[in-house]
Design a protein around this ligand. Structure first.
Ligand code: CP
Ligand code: NVA
Length: 310
C-alpha cells in the first residue's frame, strides 16, 4: 500500500491550528535571520526583483549572473506574468515587491513610471532601460571606451542614427567626462530640447547635433550606432528604415572617422540595417567587450546601490 508522504497547500483549512502556529513561529525566525550576511558575499541575504516589460538578453542575464555571483537571490518576472498596469497597478506591484526584495530592476516603456516607482518604494530602483535612458548600458560603455582608449576625457565619440535612449545616455556621460559627442541624425530624431537644455549647465564635454555624417565622423575615436527601430517604435518601422538609411555604419562611413576608430553598438544589432556585418565583425569592433562589461558594471552597481544598505 502506498503511504501518503506529500501534502498540498490549497486552502488554509489544509492545516490544523497547531500546524499554523508552528509555521507562524518559523516565519518569524526566518524574518529575523534574514539579515545575517557573510562579509565576502556583498549581496548575501539580499534579493533582487526584476520586472521587464520588454525583451532582453544582455541585461537580464548579466543581472541574474551578477546577483548570484555576489551571493544574492534574483527573481526575474516576465511581463506576461506580472502584467504591470494590467493585472494590477504598477505601484501596487512595486510596493509588494519591496516587501520581498532589496532592489528593483525595471525595464519599462515609460521613464516616468520608473520615477514614480522610485518615489513610492523604499528600496533602490535600477533602470534596466526605459524609452529615454539606458544607464546600465552607459556604464558598461564607459568601461569599454576606457579599456580601448585608455581614458575618457578628450575622447571624440560619433553616434550615428536615432537620438534614442542609448544616445541620450552617452550624452549624459558628457556631463561627467570631457567627451566630444557628435550625433549624426535627421533633425526630427535629435533628442528633445528639454533634455538638451537640462544637460547644458552640467556639461564637461561638448556636444554637436548635425545631419551631416562627415561633420560627426571627422576625427572620431569611437563610432557608435544602435538600432533604428527601438523596442516600442515598431509602428514607425518603415519610415525609420527609409530615413536612417544614409546613416548606416558600413566600411565607407567608417572611413570618415579616425583610422583605427573603434566601433560600438549596445546590441542587439540588426545586421544590414544600422550596421553591416563587415563592420560589426571587424577588428575595430568592441561590441562584445561592451556586452561582457555589462556583467562587471552591473556588479559594481549592485554593490553600490544595494549592498551597503541595512
Ligand atoms: N544592450 C542591452 O540592453 O541588451 P538587451 O536588450 O538584450 O538586454
Ligand atoms: N535603443 C534600443 C536599445 C536596446 C538595448 C531599444 O530601446 O530598443
Amino acid at each position: 500500500m502506498l503511504t501518503r508522504t506529500k501534502r498540498d497547500y490549497l486552502t488554509l483549512r489544509g492545516l490544523s491550528r497547531q500546524e499554523l502556529d508552528m509555521l507562524l513561529d518559523r516565519s518569524l525566525r526566518f524574518k529575523e535571520s534574514r539579515r545575517r550576511v557573510r562579509r565576502d558575499d556583498v549581496l548575501a541575504g539580499k534579493a533582487v526583483a526584476m520586472v521587464f516589460e520588454k525583451p532582453s538578453l544582455r541585461t537580464r542575464v548579466s543581472f541574474e549572473v551578477a546577483v548570484q555571483e555576489l551571493g544574492g537571490i534574483v527573481s526575474f518576472l516576465e511581463e506576461g506574468q506580472v502584467q504591470p498596469g494590467k493585472r494590477e497597478a504598477f505601484l501596487d506591484m512595486a510596493r509588494t515587491l519591496e516587501r520581498y526584495a532589496d532592489g528593483l530592476v525595471l525595464r519599462t516603456f515609460s521613464h516616468a513610471i520608473q520615477e514614480r516607482v522610485a518615489q513610492a518604494v523604499q528600496i533602490p530602483v535600477i533602470n534596466a532601460l526605459s524609452e529615454s535612458s539606458h544607464p546600465c548600458q552607459g556604464l558598461a560603455d564607459l568601461l569599454a571606451i576606457k579599456e580601448a582608449l585608455g581614458g575618457l576625457d578628450g575622447v571624440k565619440l560619433a553616434f550615428l542614427g536615432d537620438g534614442n535612449n542609448v544616445a541620450k545616455t552617452l550624452m549624459e556621460a558628457c556631463c561627467r567626462y570631457k567627451i566630444d559627442f557628435r550625433l549624426a541624425s535627421p533633425k526630427a530624431f535629435f533628442p528633445d530640447s528639454e533634455f538638451l537644455e537640462s544637460l547644458k549647465p552640467e556639461m564637461a564635454g561638448t556636444m554637436v547635433l548635425t545631419e551631416s555624417l562627415e561633420e560627426a565622423l571627422e576625427g572620431a575615436d569611437i563610432v557608435y550606432t544602435d538600432v533604428w527601430v527601438s523596442m516600442g517604435k515598431e509602428p514607425e518601422k518603415e519610415l525609420r528604415r527609409r530615413i536612417f538609411l544614409k546613416y548606416q555604419l558600413n566600411l565607407k562611413t567608417l572611413r570618415l572617422a579616425k583610422p583605427n576608430a573603434k566601433v560600438m553598438h549596445c546590441l542587439p544589432a540588426v545586421r544590414g540595417e544600422e550596421i553591416t556585418s563587415e563592420v560589426l565583425d571587424s577588428p575595430c569592433s568592441i561590441v562584445f567587450d561592451q556586452a561582457e562589461n555589462r556583467l562587471h558594471t552591473t556588479k559594481a552597481l549592485l554593490e553600490f546601490f544595494l549592498a551597503n544598505r541595512p
